[in-house]
Write a protein that binds this ligand. Structure first.
Ligand code: BG6
Length: 464
């Protein structure tokens, strides 16, 4: 009989597991059907029946619930891993997925090694770790060293679920499979790049994590810099994961550390009243900054990124603003300039829009903004799978295209570390209204450094 894969989730009764891992796993298994034993591991006591009920409720998958097991252990005590070792005896493939608070990862890795559960053989063991890896460059480096002592690189999967979004992967296709775009993708024709990762929700029940983390560590260091690397990297030799990682590394290496003078932080009104937030917390729930890339392709092109909680709407987009074409005269009157915009809509309305200038229909010659759009969902002809379904599917298959490598993560910390240090050192974030676009200072940041203004689809004629 073929033994099922053992998916061992540390922190399986926690928030991430209930909200993302189990529902996605349930949908994935219902679609692709594969045999998995779901082993939940955590510090609390749970009966098998209790845990099986939790699995059933969150994954909506009876079979997964029936094939589940719960092991109680202490992450820092290798001796307490013995029952897990026993349960996994004879296991063909064990995947350890660490979905616990970030500070527990070091202990879990040590205990996996000391209890004999780690082995450098990708055929039988894999490890999946969540973002952010570490809380700065030094701690991330230490964890990477610890990971490398226990596992070979191909056994390690460092999650950045943005890379598992179809629309993020499609950036590669857009840039490198269309002869239309690549020739303009450089400082000669691109005037500015603006990235928005906005959420309408506040921090909800996640103060325990978020109040220690903040917007830069939660979103900029990982999701935004990965997205920016894909947007700005040189063409990879092939689309295979190793070559894409190599190209991203080079792009990240060319990004200068963020200058605190070119960054804005904010905290939404009411954050301090959220359950679990420290009194007088200075944690930022909004961050905007200018990123410079010092290489041949991007020298001098201003790049702006922003992210925040409790903003006007949930939207993730990349706006590429092209330089104006010459504005010709007609009848002595100068025609209106309409900057060309390429908008990559990552979510929720996935797709690509091209905003161009067109002649207003009818008599006379007058320029008006017009749009062309690709709706990704229509191309897919079905609902796009959640990023976590793609993450889990790739881990089960052993592929790496949705996972950043060790060095990319360290390079990304190098870019944001000086900003984090400066912000932790002093000052308070500016407060902003829930449902707004964040602090006004972020508008000045863009306006004063050659970016014009922040743009999201629908705000600008021709981008809706
Ligand atoms: C996670 C962050 O990585 O991404 C969360 O920890 C954030 O704070 C989430 O809400 C956003 O993901 P998505 O896929 O909804 O954009």
């Amino acid at each position: 009989m073929v033994r099922p894969v053992d998916l061992v989730v540390f922190g399986a009764s926690g928030d991430l597991s209930r909200r993302k891992i189990l529902p996605s796993l349930g949908r994935l298994l219902a679609r692709e059907g594969s045999s998995i034993r779901f082993v939940g591991v955590g510090r609390s006591h749970k009966s098998e029946a209790e845990f099986s009920e939790l699995v059933k409720e969150t994954s909506k998958n009876q079979l997964l619930a029936a094939r589940s097991a719960w092991v109680q252990l202490d992450y820092a005590d290798p001796a307490s891993f013995a029952p897990l070792n026993e349960l996994l005896a004879g296991s063909q493939t064990a995947i350890y997925y660490v979905a616990t608070p970030p500070e527990t990862l070091g202990d879990i890795l040590s205990s996996l090694v000391l209890s004999g559960l780690a082995a450098k053989t990708s055929a039988t063991k894999r490890i999946v770790v969540e973002k952010p890896l570490g809380h700065n460059l030094a701690s991330a480096h230490k964890l990477n060293v610890q990971l490398a002592q226990a596992f070979d690189e191909e056994q390690i999967f460092r999650i950045d679920h943005y890379l598992a979004k179809d629309t993020v992967q499609n950036v590669l296709a857009l840039r490198f499979s269309n002869s239309l775009f690549e020739p303009v993708w450089n400082r000669n024709l691109i005037e500015a790049i603006l990235i928005t990762v906005a959420e309408a929700e506040g921090i909800g029940q996640r103060a325990g994590y978020y109040d220690q983390t903040g917007a830069v560590r939660d979103i900029i260091q990982n999701h935004v810099l990965q997205l920016l690397a894909l947007i700005t990297m040189e063409p990879p030799t092939t689309f295979d994961a190793e070559y894409v990682r190599r190209a991203k590394r080079a792009a990240l290496r060319a990004m200068s550390p963020i200058e605190p003078g070119f960054a804005v932080r904010g905290q939404y009104e009411g954050y301090l009243n959220e359950q679990g937030v420290a009194a007088e917390s200075r944690r930022e729930t909004y961050a905007a900054m200018r990123v410079s890339i010092d290489n041949w392709r991007w020298d001098g092109v201003p790049i702006f990124v922003r992210t925040g909680k409790a903003l006007r709407q949930r939207i993730t987009e990349v706006v590429i603003k092209l330089r104006d074409a010459p504005m010709l005269r007609i009848g002595g009157r100068r025609q209106r300039g309409i900057p060309t915009l390429i908008v990559i809509r990552i979510q929720p309305d996935e797709g690509i829009s091209l905003r161009i200038g067109a002649k207003r229909p009818g008599t006379g010659f007058e320029m008006v903004p017009a749009g062309m759009r690709l709706d990704y969902a229509r191309l897919a002809k079905t609902v796009l799978p959640d990023a976590y379904e793609n993450v889990l599917s790739e881990v089960l298959a052993g592929g790496h295209s949705a996972f950043p490598g060790a060095e990319e993560i360290e390079l990304s910390w190098e870019i944001v570390d000086p900003l984090i240090r400066a912000w932790e050192g002093d000052g308070h974030p500016e407060s902003y209204l829930v449902g707004s676009w964040g602090p006004h200072a972020a508008d000045d940041l863009v306006a004063n450094s050659g970016g014009g203004r922040w743009i999201v689809s629908g705000d600008e004629p021709g981008t809706g």
